[in-house]
Design a binder for this molecule. Sequence first.
Ligand code: ZN
Length: 238
Amino acid sequence: MDNEISALRTIIRGSDNIVFFGGAGVSTESGIPDFRSTSGLYNMKYEYPPETMLSHSFFMSNTLEFYRFYRDKMVHLDAKPNPAHYKLAELESQGIVKAIVTQNIDNLHQMAGSRCVHELHGSVHRNYCMRCRTPYPVEKIMKSEGVPKCDCGGTIKPDVVLYEEPLDQKVVDNAVEAIRNADVLIVGGTSLNVYPAAGLLRYYNGGKLVLINKSELPQERNAVLVIRGSIGEVFSQV
Ligand code: ZN
């Protein structure tokens, strides 16, 4: 892997406009499980598959059960950023990385110091009352019992994009803009088969696509550099 790392180093040092696009793999290395790859685990404890429990209609009709699963499996307040998060934040402070586009909802990039983060799927750290829009911190969700309620009596909902819900158009527009203008696009920790990941990649035309992933991807033929490995390990050596 040494040759690939040194090639990545060269690409990074030669650019001042890198965008990083990250998927679940970036967070799994901070100990946050990817619910898609471990769904077998939940069957023992939950009556429904995670995709069902994380849908808009389930939230509306089974709010209590939604929150049981959500608190148990989706919120990981003890998780810490890993070397990939820290390196990306460092590169941003040096003016090299311009933006991060992430599918993760855990705030770890911001915790590591990144400022320009486009969160395609929202964040567990933002929550709001569905009736009066009052915002609430994640602690309110975790500390309340049953369905978390606003002082006005309304139900509090996480600002997380559930299945059946559209992405926030403003966030998508910003992500597209960053990707479209990027000189280098580094894609890490995503199999690129979760909507809208693969679609967003089409906006990139910088010609320097780098893929870092543990398994093979069909997009590899379009990349100038492919690194098969752990994203944290790769970035700790850059
Ligand atoms: Zn309210």
